[in-house]
Design a protein around this ligand. Structure first.
Ligand SMILES: *Cc1c(COP(=O)(O)O)cnc(C)c1O
Length: 427
């Protein structure tokens, strides 16, 4: 059996209807912005392999650091033990994170980073309540989460609960947590959103949001000034603000973190995807001293009982440290700025065309909708576009009729020109 036959016999792919599945394409190697298949075809990875890759594929510096770490210490239980790569990474992240963060909690991926954030926020209030219960007073429980319509925070149960009720979550609706959903703010709805929050403010533990751009919800960009206004309002209600920067972190939006565009900083921040340069699975949930302190207690019940076998895996931490080295050593910020400027220029060109709408760009993210069929994830135009673009050696994976690009920062002008040209041909 060849590779594809063995794949179809033994493997089940994510987010994929296996019936009549086209492909998959067997990739045998990757380098910088390129993916190479078994037949030697090269494709430009215009979406950074599901938004994770930032310095390019098979980066020799990151590879070397992972290899060296593997020879030294590949893994160790992280309860009762610690190691240099995890401590160094925590130290470095605390220095650059947008806000007053004091502790780093490690997990496995983006979903676990938000899952941890939700559990941390709910237990923060539970721990406070325990003290009050002990002193014979009772207060209303703060255990609900506030989230945006059209959001995406991952696929585990907690993460799914705070994500938009969509085709992704349909089978599980009866089982999901009770979540209060609000629209992303615009001039017309911000006051009614505030009223809705105020009505239930004492029952809300936390608010989770994707700052500036909702990724899987269709690369929807929204008003940072109004988000700031909303965050300030929410903070004043003592609701914990959780920024899910799993996608926006590490330069995607033009700044190191999207929260840098905002005055009001989060109490908890979630990171993954670009954290290791897109090489290894790792999640980070960072919190403020205030949140952390609610767990530090003589009462053992107030412990945060959460952890994974691979918490703070040294190889993943070494990869993340190597990725941060590259930000410091190379001109990554300049590359991001260059892509940003080119996207802005290309957006101006595209806005003149018919058949597409909502041309938008933020940092290295560029998106628009094809005016064909409904604006939904299952719009079949997505697979058609992927196929047509692959024929022209560019890898795209539209979200329904939302076509977007999100290239690695190492992409050069010639490669970007090629992606833009393919987009124009497709339109
Ligand atoms: C991708 C993503 C997640 C989930 O991360 P996984 O690593 O796929 O589990 C969570 N939040 C946002 C904003 C994401 O883009």
């Amino acid at each position: 059996m060849n590779l594809l036959e063995r794949d179809s016999k033994y493997v089940w792919h994510p987010f994929t209807q296996q019936k009549n599945m086209t492909g998959p394409i067997a990739i045998s190697k990757a380098k910088d912005s390129f993916l190479f298949d078994e037949n030697g075809n090269a494709y430009i990875d215009a979406i950074s392999s599901w938004w994770v890759n930032i310095h390019g594929h098979a980066h020799p510096y990151i590879a070397e650091k992972i290899y060296q770490q593997a020879l030294q210490l590949e893994h160790i239980i992280f309860a009762g033990f610690t190691h240099e790569p995890a401590v160094t990474l925590a130290e470095r992240l605390i220095k650059i994170l947008p806000g007053d963060f004091s502790k780093i909690f490690y997990s496995d991926d983006g979903s676990t980073s938000t899952e941890v954030a939700i559990k941390m926020a709910i237990q923060f209030w539970w721990n406070q309540n325990q003290s009050i219960v002990n002193s014979q007073q009772s207060t209303e429980k703060r255990n609900k989460i506030l989230a945006f319509n059209n959001s995406y925070h991952g696929d585990t149960f907690g993460a799914m609960s705070v994500s938009d009720r969509s085709v992704f979550t349909l089978a599980f609706h009866d089982l999901l947590l009770d979540v209060i959903f609000i629209d992303v703010p615009d001039e017309s709805n911000i006051n009614s959103i505030k009223e809705k929050i105020a009505e239930q403010e004492n029952s809300i533990a936390a608010f989770i949001y994707e700052p500036l751009v909702q990724g899987a919800g269709g690369m929807k960009m929204y008003n940072p000034v109004l988000l700031d206004e909303l965050l300030l309002f929410i903070k004043q209600k003592n609701i914990i603000c959780i920024a899910d920067e799993v996608m926006t972190g590490f330069g995607r939006t033009g700044k190191m973190f999207a929260s840098e565009y905002l005055q009001t900083k989060p109490d908890i921040i979630c990171l993954s995807k670009g954290l290791t340069g897109g090489t290894m699975a790792l999640g980070v949930t960072a919190c403020t001293e205030n949140i952390y302190n609610a767990f530090v207690n003589d009462d053992a019940h107030k412990t945060f009982f959460h952890g994974h076998s691979f918490t703070a895996n040294p190889l993943a931490c070494a990869a993340a440290n190597a990725s941060l080295d590259l930000f410091e050593k190379n001109n990554v910020t300049e590359s991001i700025q260059h892509i940003t400027n080119r996207n802005i220029a290309f957006a101006q060109q595209l806005r003149k065309l018919n058949g597409i709408k909502n041309v938008r760009t933020l940092g290295t993210i560029f998106a628009f909708e094809i005016e064909q069929g409904e604006d939904v994830y299952l719009n079949s135009i997505s697979t058609t576009i992927t196929k047509k673009a692959l024929d022209k050696n560019v890898y795209l994976r539209p979200l329904g009729n939302t076509v977007y690009i999100m290239p690695p920062y190492c992409i050069n002008d010639e490669e970007l020109d090629k992606i833009y040209a393919v987009l124009l041909e497709l339109i």
